[in-house]
Structures are given as C-alpha cells and as structure tokens.
Design a protein. Structure first.
Length: 111
C-alpha cells in the first residue's frame, strides 16, 4: 500500500506520460505489466500508483523507492527496459524525482 509520509525519506518518482487518447489504455496496460512482472520484484521497491487523466491525454505513475541507489539498480535491470521502450513509442515522458515535504488530512470539522 502506498504510504505518503515525510518521515519515510523514500525517493518519490512522479512520471507523467503524454499520450494520444487512442493509446491511453495501451500505455496503462504496458506500465501495469512492467510493474507487475518485473519492477515490483526489484529490491528497494516500495509501491506505485498508476493514474490516467479523464481527458485521455495523460498517464501518471507515482512510485516510491527506498533509495536513489535502489532506483538506479532498477533502471539497470534489463527486465523492465522493453516495457519502457514500447511506452516511449506511443508517449512522451516527463520524469521528476521528489521528496515528501508534508501531507494533509481533512480537518476535524469535515470528517
């Protein structure tokens, strides 16, 4: 389960793919398959969440790794590469590395 907590000090990746709406589901399927079949089995993987935009033009993946070193080891793993190559044939990719600064919950009055 994805846990967003600034005390964890995980490396957070937010990857935004821009895609033609006709290929959005194909991209979702590719990223899900990559994560299920290889990425989640690599040491240091914490979690990921896959999102698709309502308008069909974006797919975003939020992923957590225990460390930058663990993430770099995943990037070197050949099992995940074919999926990313196929994804880049149908989408543009914008990656960002982040750290959690804070999290917020509803106030007591709105719960």
């Amino acid at each position: 389960m994805t846990t967003i907590n600034k005390q964890n000090k995980f490396l957070t990746l937010i990857n935004v793919f821009t895609v033609d709406p006709a290929n959005q589901q194909k991209l979702v399927d590719l990223l899900a398959m990559a994560t299920e079949s290889s990425v989640r089995k690599i040491k240091g993987f914490v979690s990921s969440s896959l999102h698709r935009s309502i308008d069909g033009t974006k797919v975003t993946m939020y992923a957590q790794w225990k460390s930058m070193e663990d993430y770099q080891n995943m990037r070197k793993n050949s099992a995940a590469s074919p999926f990313l190559e196929k994804a880049l044939e149908i989408a543009k990719f914008d990656m960002g590395m982040y750290e959690v600064v804070d999290t917020f919950l509803p106030s007591e009055e709105t719960r």
